[in-house]
Design a protein around this ligand. Structure first.
Ligand code: AHG
Ligand code: MN
Ligand code: MN
Length: 332
């Protein structure tokens, strides 16, 4: 059977009227940028792209050279195509409005250009996360407010994981498809059709060094997993933490499990570590489209009405029954 490429998948989605031609173009352009980021990531020290950029981003985090390169790659690829009104990124304080020399389109693109930056210099998987929203039809130029839409309104979401193979995992609201980059032909090939989060799991993913800062419901849930066979869950669990959300979520999408970056009291000024608009929302849409669930412990992530572009949220996502259990523990 002929290989199904990303282009073919998107054209078929367009025929099914799940996406419009300009949304198809938008995703193709993002995929093209992902290919260039994949090349930069894989060349590593040879290309001189490792190490610090010498600047801080809006979150006060030191930027790595690859954070900056990946951000610029996505901006440059997407600014001239005519499909976007503006872009927003973890690495930019304010939204990037499409320059007046280019036509403006009806969509907004948000991204975490390089997720898992702390892993770059140690040659562990990193990724890119993106989310597509409709630009509000206000007649005015897009600004921060235009982006403040609940995650359930996302039109598409995806991530790339730059691992042993580069993969692009995508949803346009019709299930989740995984494509692998064929480095010989430069094309994305559909290798993981209709991905589903397995329901049965023996794995969980949490940065346990924060244990003393967690709330009681999370302490309880993790203690029960750790108790293994002799505890209330009656089986042994395994823990995995890559510290690249893309890699941890990709594992859960592939073989089940639960990922948590819960609310903690480490820094009372921060509701969580992960950012709602370009980390939690796109991952929550993918996980829900794959039959899983995503909450903060208290509410469905996709129902949060955002009030800031860079706001942080607690994240609990993965196999539905596990997420429901932790969420229920927050209610008692
Ligand atoms: P980013 O590199 O985009 O800032 O995101 C890093 C995030 C996420 O990928 C990961 O799950 C988490 O931070 C790891 O946090 P710890 O270093 O606290 O484990
Ligand atoms: Mn990130
Ligand atoms: Mn990042």
């Amino acid at each position: 059977m002929a290989r199904i490429t990303l282009t073919r998948y998107l054209i078929e989605q367009q025929r099914k009227q799940n996406i419009t031609a300009d949304r198809r173009l938008l995703i193709e352009v993002v995929a093209r940028a992902i290919k260039s980021i994949s090349v930069a990531v894989s060349r590593g020290a040879i290309a001189g792209v490792l190490g610090e950029a010498g600047s801080d981003n809006v979150q006060g985090e030191a930027q790595k050279q690859l954070d900056v390169i990946a951000n610029e790659t996505l901006l440059e690829a997407n600014e001239w195509g005519g499909h976007l009104a503006a872009m927003a990124s973890e690495e930019m304080d304010q939204p990037y409005v499409i320059p007046t020399d280019y036509p403006k389109g009806g969509y907004l693109l948000l991204f975490d250009p390089l997720d898992g930056s702390s892993n770059i210099d140690v040659n562990i998987s990193v990724g890119t996360i993106f989310s597509v929203l409709r630009a509000p039809d206000s007649g005015a130029a897009a600004d921060e407010k235009s982006f403040l839409q609940a995650g359930r309104t996302q039109l598409a979401a995806g991530y790339a994981v730059y691992g042993p193979a580069t993969m692009l995992v995508l949803t346009v609201g019709d299930g989740v498809q995984g494509f692998t980059l064929d480095r010989e032909t430069g094309g994305f090939v559909l290798t993981h059709a209709d991905m589903r989060v397995p329901e049965e799991t023996r794995e969980y993913s949490i940065n346990a060094s924060n244990r003393r800062f967690w709330e009681a419901p999370v302490q309880r849930y993790i203690e029960e997993l750790e108790a293994g066979k002799s505890g209330p869950r009656g089986k042994d669990y395994n823990m995995r933490w890559v510290a690249s959300m893309v890699a941890d979520v990709h594992r859960i999408l592939t073989r089940g499990g639960v990922f948590m970056y819960p609310k903690d009291n480490k820094d009372p000024g921060k509701a969580g570590k992960l950012r709602l608009m370009y980390e939690a929302n796109p991952m929550a849409m993918i996980i829900e489209q794959a039959g899983g669930a995503a909450t903060t412990g208290r509410e469905r992530i996709l129902d949060i009405e955002p009030d800031k572009l860079h706001q942080r949220v607690p994240v609990i996502l993965g196999s539905r029954a596990e997420v429901e259990r932790v969420t229920a523990y927050h209610k008692v």
